[in-house]
Design a protein around this ligand. Structure first.
Ligand code: SF4
Length: 434
């Protein structure tokens, strides 16, 4: 049995792609591992990220490490796919010829062909999970039609393509049958789901159908786009107890001149109105967002509007990026990267300093509350868990002293929040829910 190491870099969408290819390889009798710390296996497959400079660098370094291992005879075959390969296959072929073949972001079935593995349609909803067994990402679409000024994703992943609803349901059911309790719904823009396939937005219907799957306890929504946010999604989130009161919705900026220059298809007023609509329907909604500073033309007053936005909304979770020019994008072609890096970094730091205060203030409001907590792991003196308001890897953690009772990974417990820190909460367990 040949051993294949599938190494995944980049975002949760890459994780799902790797899990699909791993399931096919395992079904064909390969011993499949997923270990980015090792580059020794008969076959190594690297799923790359090509989104921004740092991610590209990380992918190139991983390919070079594997190429060295191949030259040293530790690897027989080396394949690369994903976003970096989609964008720069020709350059990579010249620079790192040790790689047997480079494949695009959506053409990883070429790797199966090279390994004489039949791409069986009946395996289309099979996954070999690389996340902890109790949660899984559920990719409902690929690509994006929005063409935001700074973003290379439509150039890499192409137009939005929705996965048929029945296929998503079957994949989710299979995940539930093997013990997954939490589904994290992802796409480049989850709210656009169905527009291509059904001619209308179908995310609300999809979420309700996923709620019917036995065994699934939490359904979490990531990557929503503000413009045209569907009312039936808000309704489903308000009415369905399985849908986490949590929404990841990147706003990027708020000043109308920056939103226009970024080609974001909504205005400042519409963003505020959407947040007001969401919070009226779902009062305890945890909002996660991503902001970008230093985009071409961002004035001090644009930035002050952004600071005011953060103060007004008091997001529960917030990340900030500094603009970096990506070749082929509208901003790289038409605008000049005119904000000095130290200004960009300074603005990002100001936002995160403000957000730390807001996060502590928000967290203090949770003290005394009794919440459902799922246990992800044990780290030293604490069990680490999450409430419905926290997504894995990106959000806060609930820390539960481990000296009181033994807790089970992937199990739910009723817990009282006992104290708050800026980015974590402490809790005590009251009851094992299962
Ligand atoms: S919606 Fe997101 S993925 Fe699509 S172009 Fe804009 S930033 Fe990129």
């Amino acid at each position: 049995m040949r051993k294949i190491n599938v190494i995944t870099l980049g975002c949760s969408k890459n994780t799902v792609d790797s899990e699909h290819i791993m399931a096919r390889l395992a079904a064909a009798g390969y011993e499949v591992v997923n270990d980015s710390d090792r580059t020794d296996a008969q076959v190594v497959v690297i799923n790359t990220c090509g989104f921004i400079a740092d991610a590209k660098q990380e992918s190139i370094e991983m390919i070079l490490r594997a190429a060295e291992a191949k030259k040293a005879g530790k690897i027989e075959e080396l394949f690369v796919f994903g976003c970096l390969s989609q964008r720069y296959a020709d350059e990579l072929r010249k620079e790192i010829p040790e790689v047997d073949e480079y494949f695009g972001a959506r053409s990883w079935d070429g790797i199966l062909e090279r390994l004489n593995v039949k791409n069986k349609s009946e395996l289309i909803t099979d996954r070999r999970l690389t996340t902890p067994d109790h949660y899984a990402y559920l990719k409902i679409g690929e690509g994006c039609n929005w063409m935001c000024g700074y973003c290379a994703i439509p150039l890499i992943r192409g137009h939005h393509v929705s996965v048929p609803m029945e296929q998503i349901e079957e994949e989710a059911r299979k995940l539930a049958e093997r013990g997954v309790r939490e589904l994290i719904v992802i796409a480049q823009d989850s709210t656009y789901y169905g527009m291509d396939l059904y001619g209308e937005r179908k995310l609300g219907e999809l979420l309700r159908r996923l709620c019917r799957i036995e065994g699934i306890r939490w359904i979490r929504l990531h990557y929503a786009y503000p413009a045209g946010f569907p009312d039936d999604v808000i309704q489903a989130m308000a009415e369905e107890p399985k849908i986490c009161k949590y929404l990841d919705i990147p706003f990027q900026h708020i000043s109308d001149s920056q939103l226009k220059a970024m080609r974001r298809r909504h205005t400042k007023a519409e963003a505020y109105a959407l947040i007001e609509r969401l919070r009226r329907a779902i009062p305890d909604l945890a909002l996660r967002t991503t902001l970008m500073v230093g985009y071409p033309g961002e004035t001090e007053s644009d930035f002050e509007e952004l600071i005011q936005f953060v103060k007004d909304v008091k997001f529960d979770r917030l990340g900030v990026f500094t603009y970096s020019e990506e070749e082929g994008t509208y901003s790289a072609r038409e605008l000049s990267d005119d904000i000095p890096q130290e200004i960009k970094d300074g603005r990002a730091a100001r936002i995160m300093t403000l957000q730390r205060e807001i996060s502590l203030e928000n967290n203090r409001r949770h003290v005394g509350n009794v919440e459902q907590v799922i246990i992800d792991s044990r780290q030293g003196d604490f069990y680490v868990g999450r409430t419905q308001y926290d997504s894995p890897d990106v959000d806060e953690e609930i820390l539960i002293p481990a000296d009181r009772r033994r807790l089970m990974k992937g199990h739910f417990y009723k817990a009282r929040i006992t104290s708050a820190a800026d980015y974590d909460l402490y809790a005590e367990v009251l009851e094992h829910i299962r």
